[in-house]
Design a protein around this ligand. Structure first.
Ligand code: NAD
Length: 485
């Protein structure tokens, strides 16, 4: 198995690699160097039809296979990801622009953890039974759904791709999966891994292409019964509109505009270190990044000075270098969008405390897409900068005087994905957590993930929760069987 070659990416259908039926391809560019990595299929509904046919054929045997068998195959996939972690991390960095160290320490280990978690999870998965005194007994029969669609974004390419696929396969479904067309490489390499691991042909089919063509063809296909989607709120809305009239099961993990709420009594050093990470990790391209930093007024000036100093000291550079805290922005289109958002912030009256510009380098990264860590202050809650997701290394600072004001600001967007609360007052932490309209709330930490917990957003950040039993339940059809005694 050679995981170092990905110039010519192919679709993976029925266990075979094949070119798109139309013969059309798109370019894949390394965002850190501008180098042309290779081509990816620009697939259409004909490719999706073939994949659904292969998945439908594979479903009876896979869904009837023992959980022990599924455990073994999925666990082997996890082992092979670990054994090939170095090659996968290099491929991901080349494709995405994120620092190699981040891919090695976070993305790839979490991708294998996804398979390991759901491989073992299915061995322990159970369903409920309810007795009605001496009259009857009900039990919930959970069966795999059939053919399901999994669509993922570019920011954590292998991690989020596997986050959807692993529970779907563990629960006995056959999958049509589409990675982002911006970062297709690790999904392509995963196809080699699943084949080597002995996943039967047709159980996982990976189709490459754009969202509005390939993605929509998956969502619209009448035999695809459920869609698990992670991506923007805009695309989630479109997918929901397509799927609703067909009554498909939907899980939508969407955008965020997450508040990072800092009270004066917090553990200062831990908060400062973590706030820097939650602002700029992965170039700010994590849905869970805290892009709105809300600071209690009494410590605002102190915070601002120290935070700006630390942000200025962050090294932005070649993602292959260990010292680079921040790598390249994923694509030209996204790079332009972030710079436009910074311009908007200026027009709205925001003061740029640091950053605000693209960076150019000499040498290998001369054509790369880099943006300075950017901190903005002085903007009201209603402006575009504080309302819309930027998804880059850009944060906005605001202040509050009271707990009520902090909550009012925290909840004042259409999103509700994640929040972080910094305080040593345990009662306040619990009060604020309960009143913050977000699906994930961290107290005195950020990005800690226990895969057993439900994961997902409220409001425009999504519907349905994934993670733990929620994901395995999502990928099953529940029937109640009632037996009169
Ligand atoms: P995107 O919505 O543009 O694309 C995501 C995926 O959906 C891609 O594979 C794309 O090709 C596909 N797609 C796009 N339009 C589609 C359509 N009409 N039908 C079917 N598929 C379609 O998002 P992106 O730019 O790749 O990723 C960034 C976004 O993802 C941000 O908004 C970020 O917050 C969000 N995100 C959310 C989470 C979460 O867990 N909530 C995690 C990571 C990223």
């Amino acid at each position: 198995m050679d995981l170092t070659s990905y110039n010519d990416i192919h679709n993976f259908i029925g266990g075979q690699f094949q070119p798109p039926l139309s013969g059309n391809y798109m370019d894949n560019i390394n965002p850190a160097t501008g180098e042309h990595i290779g081509q990816i299929p620009d697939s259409n509904e004909n490719d999706v039809n073939e994949a659904v046919e292969a998945a439908t054929k594979a479903f009876p045997a896979w869904s009837a296979s023992s959980v022990e068998h599924r455990f073994r195959v999925l666990n082997r996939i996890a082992e092979l990801i670990d054994e090939n972690a170095e090659a996968l991390a290099i491929a991901e960095t080349t494709d995405n622009g994120k620092p190699l160290w981040l891919s090695k320490r976070v993305d790839i280990p979490r991708a294998s953890a996804n398979f390991r978690f759901f491989a073992t999870g299915i061995m322990h998965f159970s369903s409920d039974s309810h007795t009605m005194e001496n009259r009857a007994i009900n039990y919930t029969l959970r069966q795999p759904i059939g053919v399901v669609g999994c669509i993922s974004p570019w920011n954590l390419p292998l991690y989020l791709f596997t986050w959807k696929i692993a529970p779907a396969l563990a629960a006995g479904n056959c999958v049509i999966a589409k990675p982002s067309e911006v970062t297709p490489v690790t999904a392509y390499l995963l196809a080699h891994i699943v084949r080597e691991a002995g996943l039967p042909d047709g159980v996982l089919n990976i189709i490459h292409g754009a969202g509005n063509t390939t993605g929509e063809a998956i969502v619209k296909h009448p035999l695809v019964k459920a869609i698990s989607f992670t991506g923007s709120t805009r695309a989630g809305e479109r997918i929901a509109a397509l799927a609703a009239p067909k009554f498909k099961k939907l899980s939508l993990e969407l955008g965020g505009k997450n508040p990072n709420i800092i009270f004066a009594d917090c553990n200062w050093e831990k908060m400062m270190t973590t706030a820097l990470q939650s602002s700029f990790s992965n170039q700010g391209e994590i849905c869970l990044c805290g892009s709105r930093i809300l600071v209690e007024e009494s410590v605002y000036e102190k915070f601002k000075v120290e935070f700006v100093d630390r942000a200025k000291a962050l090294v932005v550079g070649d993602p292959m270098e260990e010292k680079s805290a921040q790598g390249a922005i994923v694509s030209r289109a996204h790079f332009d969008k972030i710079l436009r958002c910074i311009d908007t912030a200026k027009q709205e009256g925001g003061k740029i405390l640091c950053g605000g510009n693209a960076i150019t380098f000499k040498g290998r990264c001369a054509k790369g897409l880099f943006i300075e860590p950017t901190i903005i202050e002085g903007l009201g809650q209603d402006c575009q900068t504080n309302q819309e997701e930027i998804f880059g290394p850009v944060v906005s600072l605001q202040t509050f005087r009271t707990e009520e004001e902090a909550l009012q600001l925290a909840n004042a967007t259409a999103y509700g994905l994640a929040a972080t609360i910094w305080t040593q007052d345990v009662s306040r932490a619990n009060r604020v957590a309960a009143k913050t309209d977000c699906g994930i709330i961290w107290v005195n930490c950020w990005l800690l993930r226990d895969l057993r917990t439900p994961f997902g957003g409220m409001k425009n950040s999504g519907v349905g929760r994934e993670g733990g039993w929620e994901a395995l339940r999502f990928f099953t059809e529940a029937k109640n069987v009632c037996i009169e005694l």
